[in-house]
Design a binder for this molecule. Structure first.
Ligand SMILES: NC(=O)C1=CN([C@@H]2O[C@H](COP(=O)(O)OP(=O)(O)OC[C@H]3O[C@@H](n4cnc5c(N)ncnc54)[C@H](OP(=O)(O)O)[C@@H]3O)[C@@H](O)[C@H]2O)C=CC1
Ligand SMILES: N[C@@H](CCO)C(=O)O
Length: 430
């Protein structure tokens, strides 16, 4: 066998420990598959004394992971710390510049700095890989970047955050509140260090920015993504969605058309019979549509130690095999700057939940606002009498434009009978 690939790992938390476990327990299997061994030679984390449940005594310890870049006996650096900037970015930059390949699960880093890191990697003639950054254990980067490479991609969307899907699924199946389910997702190692990134849709947007680049050959453009999270979804919405034949999922969707690149992240109602509606707990799913392949559907575990580490190790194996594809599958200089499509241009049907006083004329006032804007209703439900004399009114519109419905909701929110800020969920008939 040829020389081993010598690996240093920065970050020994949920994912880092998973990577150590796979590389050690599947040492022989992996060496056979690569034609050379993969050897962990160095590790770094914040707290040297912490018991991590794996034996790291055989690896050189570094208090400062940035020192990896200067070590001649390290071929590849694995970053499993997190964060778009700070140590993660410095480590990426310095490792690549020092001629070391770089593997990361850090979607924030790639979403914000993917194009510049890809340039650095190409100039240094080394690999930059990030399979674990999107959809955890699903090999979606490889599937889209290599498996679908013959196609012009039109559309890519999916459930990209395990924590949110876990929360929405558990809220539906157990009736537990948002806070309790989030705490459980954190305990299971699904959530980000800052779980607001999960529940506010930012993590999904990071992943969508990366997927768009891989699918469409465009520069990652995180800042143009419309982002809305799941905080305002309540058990009643999940129940009413079911009543009208839908399930609520946090979707990330990107579409490249003649008008530019549409990228949006928000809770969406998907038809109960759609495969994506059946994706439960921390599972992720991605639908990718190309001009010759039509639609393809991928599902798997999107978060947690094993699935994420599996994707990280797959990247390391690829590099050990000598695969040196461009990080976004086209040379970094060829990545195109796409024109963002404004969210106001979005067209679709909308679910609207209003909390209103139960008194004559309320519905007439609401429908009058919609009539003035030519918004047509498909469904209208009035739910329950609360003790305080207020009720929920649920409306489902026919297809209309985003700016029209948002203007209408602003006016409806100002009606004296409307108690809380209206909630709207976009209906996706994909
Ligand atoms: N958890 C998951 O399911 C998934 C996570 N990811 C991504 O993987 C990355 C790691 O996530 P995860 O394992 O969950 O995070 P954890 O919080 O579990 O682990 C982070 C690790 O980084 C170490 N660390 C913090 N600061 C430094 C530093 N300055 N130098 C060296 N090490 C440092 C910590 O050290 P110590 O242990 O000593 O505190 C810890 O071991 C993130 O980018 C995340 O977004 C991607 C997909 C799924
Ligand atoms: N926090 C992320 C981890 C996987 O990227 C999630 O819940 O999906």
């Amino acid at each position: 066998m040829t020389n081993s690939l010598k690996v240093a790992i920065a970050g020994l938390g949920t994912v880092g420990v998973g990577v150590v476990k796979i590389l050690e327990s599947h040492k022989d299997l992996i060496a056979a598959r690569c034609g050379r061994p993969i050897e962990i030679v160095a590790v770094s984390a914040s707290n040297r004394a912490r018991d991590r449940g794996v034996d790291i005594s055989g690896y050189q310890w570094f208090d400062n992971a940035l020192d990896f870049a200067e070590q001649d006996n390290i071929d590849l650096v694995v970053e499993l710390i997190g964060g778009s900037d700070g140590i993660a970015k410095e480590l990426a930059q310095q490792s690549l510049e020092a001629g070391k390949s770089f593997v990361t699960a850090n979607k924030a880093l790639i979403a914000h700095h993917g194009a510049s890191l890809a340039t650095t990697a190409q100039e240094a003639g080394v690999a930059l890989r990030y399979e674990a950054a999107v959809a955890g254990g699903i090999p979606i980067i490889k599937a889209v970047g290599e498996g679908l490479a013959a196609n012009k991609m039109n559309l890519i969307y999916g459930i990209l955050n395990g924590t949110c899907n876990y929360i929405l699924t558990q809220m539906e199946s157990t009736g537990q509140g948002f806070g309790d389910v989030l705490a459980e997702a954190q305990r299971l190692g699904y959530a980000e260090a800052d779980p607001t990134f999960d529940v506010d849709g930012i993590d999904t947007a990071h992943k969508l920015a990366i997927l768009s680049s891989v699918a469409f050959g465009t520069e990652t453009d995180f800042n143009s993504i419309y982002v809305e999270g799941i905080r305002r979804i309540e058990a009643v919405d999940i129940e009413y969605a079911r009543e009208i034949g839908y399930r609520i999922k946090l979707l990330g969707l990107a579409r490249l058309g003649s008008n530019g690149l549409e990228q949006r992240v928000h809770p969406a109602m998907v038809k109960l019979e759609e495969p994506i509606a059946q994706v439960e707990d921390a599972f992720n799913a991605v639908v990718a549509e190309g001009d010759f392949i039509d639609r393809t559907f991928y599902q798997g575990r999107g978060a947690g130690e094993g699935p994420t580490a599996s994707a990280v190790v797959a990247d390391i194996i690829d590099i050990a095999r000598g695969h040196m594809d461009a990080p976004f599958f086209v040379p970094a200089s060829e990545l195109v700057k796409a024109e963002p499509v404004p969210m106001d241009d979005h067209e679709g049907a909308f679910y609207i939940r209003l909390h209103v006083q139960e008194r004559p004329g309320v519905i007439a006032d609401i429908t009058s606002v919609l009539k003035d804007r030519n918004v047509s209703l498909d469904v209208m439900l009035q739910k329950g009498h609360e003790l305080d004399g207020s009720v929920y009114v649920i409306l489902v519109t026919h297809v209309t434009r985003e700016n029209i419905i948002m203007g209408a909701l602003q006016e409806i929110a100002g009606l004296s009978s409307v108690q809380d800020e209206p909630l709207t969920i976009r209906i996706e008939n994909l």
